[in-house]
Write a new protein. Structure first.
Length: 78
């Protein structure tokens, strides 16, 4: 998401991290989305998803494999 969602105001740490990654060139706009230019470690899948989505997010259902499986299914061995 290029724009933070209105609900992001409740999560200032997400917005601050996102803005920092944009400012230092780690996140760049490409085709209407942000693309990572280098690897970044996050404390959880949800933290990473929240930075990308610009709001609170559940990384276990937001991250998907190329074949469409969600991280939660991989975590449960499905």
């Amino acid at each position: 998401m290029l724009q933070e969602r209105p609900s992001a105001n409740r999560w200032p740490n997400i917005i601050a991290r996102r803005e920092k990654l944009i400012a230092d060139g780690t996140l760049v706009q490409k085709g209407g989305f942000y693309l990572f230019t280098k690897g970044v470690e996050f404390p959880s899948p949800s933290a990473a998803a929240a930075v990308i989505e610009g709001s609170s997010a559940n990384g276990l259902i937001e991250w998907r494999t190329n074949d469409g499986r969600v991280l939660k299914d991989l975590d449960q061995g499905a």
